[in-house]
Design a protein around this ligand. Sequence first.
Ligand SMILES: [Zn+2]
Length: 1019
Amino acid sequence: MRRSAVSLALACFLAVPVTASLAQGDLSAAKPGRAPDQPIDQEYTKKILEYTTEKFFLSPLVDYLPASKTVPTPKAVLGDIAGGPTKLPYSHEVYAYMRMLAKASPRVKVVSIGTTEEGREMIAVAIGSERMIARLDENRAKLAKLADPRTIGMNDAEAEKIAADATPIYYVTGTIHSTEAGAPTALMELAYRLAVDESPYVKNIREHVITLITPVVEVDGRDRMVDIFNWHMKHPGETYPNLAYWGHYVQHDNNRDAMGMTLKLTQNVLNTYVDWKAQVLHDLHESVAFMYDNTIGDGPFNAWIDPLLTNEWQMIGWNNVQEMTRMGMPGVFAHGNFDTWSPGYLMFIAATHNGISRLYETFGNGGTAETVERTLSAAETERTWFKQNPPLPRVKWSLRNNNNYEQTGLLVSLSYFANNRRQLLWNFYEKSKRSILKSRTEGPAAYVFTANDPRPGSQAELLRVLQKQRVEISRATAPFSATLPVKRAAATGGAGGRGGRGGGAPAGDAPAAPAAAETRQFPAGSYIVRMDQPYSRIADALLDFQYWSPNDPQKSPYDDTGWTFPAGFDVQAVRVTDPKILDVPVETVVGDVKSPGGVTGTGDVYAINANGDNALTSLRYALKSADFQSAEEPFEAGGAKFARGSFLVKGVSRADLDKAATTFGVKVTALAAAPSVKTHPARAARLAVLHTWTSSTQTEGWWREALDFNQIPFDYISTQEVAKDANLNAKYDVILFPPTQAANIVEGSPMWRNPMPWKNTPETPNIGTWAQTDDVRPGLGLTGLANLRAFVSNGGVLVTALGTSDFALQNGFANGVGSVTMPRGKVVGSLLKSRVVDDASPIMYGVSDNLAVYSDGGEAFSVSSTRGGGFGGRGGGGGGGARATGRGQQDDADVVQGRPALDPRFELPPRPTVQPWQVAPVTDDQLRNPLNIIPPDQRPRVALRFSEQRDLLVSGLLDGGAEIAQRPAVVDVPMQKGHVVMFSVNPVWRGETIGSYPMVFNVLMHFDNLNAGRKLDPK
Ligand SMILES: [Zn+2]
């Protein structure tokens, strides 16, 4: 399609003439091109031309390398030029080069910015003129005033002076995605050019912008990627494994952590960005031909960022397209299928902290340095309004080509920044100022976290996320009240309905009555997140609700549509719009927010309320030998109320308990005597987390992270190990099988061709350090399936979610459970409201009714008393569907023509109402020969269901939803002596769903008493 347009465009690629020399001092008018009087590195330049597959994949900025007598080129470390076909450098090689550069040039400085989960270093490299590098601190002090206008009393005149004088900082980050492997070499060479090149174009950049570079963001993953590449190079012709693990926890999702801030790489980059007072965070990716400046992306734009920023995206992005088009490089475009709704991307740290987020997708070869033939799809190569010079349909593509595009794009951007620095620094100040003024203009004025929240541990966790985002937290020194608008009742009939608060007009067309106001009291010690601070936007973006209209023209959300942190954490956060809240006397919280803990009262029985804080599980594991009993009913003791599931602890010294409870922030009440309440032991399960070698390990990483963070020990086992172990019960009480694709779990990969090891060897020193196999191809197999079934049948508990729940359904683990999807409606990473069905189930101890749960794509279950699932109760949406097609209206009876009216004795007895989440009662007909009827004690027990359709949506996108409304979301399925606990939602997601963790953690403590409180069907 449109081939003629492409070839026409090709005909227009002419060599761009080398720049003319410029009058001194007029650097801003400099054209790209080498300095005629600076010698070039002939040998290096020759290689650049050799490795670039077509002339038009070069630019006048990178078609040569300036020579230096004192500064080493990347070849000093690589043994070849940057972008050569046989070399991907390890992180330590990249760092060695950057440090060589810093040693040789006063224009370069390298700093350490922290370490990864596995202890590898992360660095940042600053490059600027000698003068700038010598005065980094002085410049930083100036930028700090723009970053926090409160420090200069919001004095615009002073800010203007600083903006005219200070040097902006442009922060570039590379290879967060390990299979997008080209950035480190591009950034090594870019650093060299910026330090050495005397061309007016580069000199202009060097003198007016400080370029800050983190060449490797995902350092653990980088080193593993290089291992795999090297293995591949040493075993030509053999198949090689996919990169099973990137970072220690997650793969691609490491670029979705800028909300939850759980990963070291996110924390280190955010701290660097904020502490250096940078204006840009530009993240390099490599998955689109040939260069997609996806900074601008497509709508809907994030609703909490400053429009000044979205305009900057357009200006800088289009300048990039314009200049590279001028250079004749094909396939450079902005816009495309990326929406900027979610603030979870690494680059978005800048967007939510008053800077400019930027991202390139260049064209990578999927983790190899080799030059390969690439064929592009029609969609990639057709000319569109935003892609006037599209990529070529078939191309020989090299790492060097990729490096050319990355460097050229960055140099063009840096040049734009140098030339517009005053305006962009002013914008930086203005955005910071508007973030402070937000409290009194668009609002809200603050969010309040009440001191009497039932879950102080989860509250502290949420506030610590804000602290990692560098949001200031205040604490009220006295009780106070706030006036809150009462939310208008939602009009009926709106598509999908809308949950939660917020000032938006409800769906529907009836004008709502004016909102009344209510006054709410808050105790002293309540936390206040004031919006009159520079980083108010990230707080607002995380704490507010999201609404993605089913009618939005964007039909393919790029990522999650809803993330409301207080909902996902099950913590109260009150959005206050009345600016009077800013007058409440507060103190600034210094140090991490911590929930209070420790033992109070007297006696040697210790009671701990089951409040749903995850710290309860940490405490249980920390005091492994203590006797924890769990109350099966609520009780009162020592003047306090204790919820069902509360602990009564014995067999531990008060001192030890007090110490652990203080550490974990758990309140313990000492009682003189144990209350009379039915209890069962709450033990610390011996736990395994199960993974495959054939399906993605992406989503399970968040589960491992949650267990590690909560100090819950586990073995990490693969389906291959399960296949070899016929007695899993000897080692484990509970096996968690976090979400992965159901396909191939049993089968594995095809066994043709060669074995593919994922193994720690001298050849591959960075892989297999915590999970390894001689061959990634075999799956669970039929023996493994039998072993896993035996584990459950003999009393073990298997926990599944999403894809692994499908696996359980498909492989006979889930009698009486069926799967329900939304063929017509749509959910894309939304928070949906749930309801507790069985609060006596230990899975639900401490879990709130109305909890917001994370739904990936609107999955749900059905339950029945017959083998193989079924459809449970009638009609998901209620109302319709109760009668067959016939005469009359919906509530009329049909009339058979030519037959007298039916005698009542032929009529069906009234059927009991069966709700969509219930197992329908067994009929006498069914019991005549109940071959396929599940005995009552083996039937699925529904713990949690989705809410009614009208209030199902909490945050994000919900289109329709009748199919899943009221349907089971968490089901406990007995299987002989054991259980399978199945989730249709993902309870452990990106550190954003702390409020759902207890449903998993409770299984770990009540694995041998999951039947507690169960009421069996009578027949
Ligand atoms: Zn990427």
